[in-house]
Design a protein around this ligand. Sequence first.
Ligand SMILES: C[S@@+](CC[C@H](N)C(=O)[O-])C[C@H]1O[C@@H](n2cnc3c(N)ncnc32)[C@H](O)[C@@H]1O
Length: 228
Amino acid sequence: MIDRETIDNVQAVCREIGNGAGKTILDIGCGTGALCRALAGIGASVTGIDPSQNAINQANELGGGATYQIATLDELEASPNSFDVVIFCTSLHHIPNMAEALHGALKRIKPDGKIIVLEPQTDDPLYPVYRWLDDEKEVQIRAQACVDTFIADGPMERSKTLYFNKKYRYASLDHLIDDMMEVDDSRSLSNEARGKMAAAYKAAVQTDADGNYIDHWYRLDVLETTKG
Ligand SMILES: C[S@@+](CC[C@H](N)C(=O)[O-])C[C@H]1O[C@@H](n2cnc3c(N)ncnc32)[C@H](O)[C@@H]1O
């Protein structure tokens, strides 16, 4: 049985980065930039990229000291070997060619740089709920396998793995659905699937002093180069 610390994914990454001052960080698939803003807040120089114009517009509106580009990794305007850390925060499984993305990230880091990969774990209490909206089990398992293959092939090694639990806080099922729809506007929900999702939500939801939540498990891998 894995012992999971309860922590937010943004906090988990910031803790891993430590003192951000002087560090250059690339957040691939940054969405609306929550992690970028937090990393800029600890002093890092942060670039967030995402192919979603809507997400980058929102990130720019929210500001917070990071710079953003509407881009995939291939399209990124930046020199090779220019980042101390490249991060995939629940984005790797969204990228069509995950192996190519990991190798692309390797080209972007400095010789002593790191890649941090956060991926959701599909055996968690949230999966039986959100699968009715978007069943990502297969692609998330493939993302994990892709990281394993990347490491087995070298030239990076896994220096740390952290399993953690984030309490996903939704006041109600409707809030959960709205939140998940906003991340990906191609998602849709039939009435039948909504009924099944409601039953799964009822079984998974818990309550603490701050309100309703469902446990969502993550795995964070830190990859370090073995080039030198
Ligand atoms: C689950 S969201 C994660 C957003 C953010 N990193 C977070 O943790 O809140 C996945 C993100 O990956 C982005 N994405 C999709 N395809 C991508 C690609 N080819 N390259 C980079 N990001 C991509 C999506 O637009 C979306 O913002």
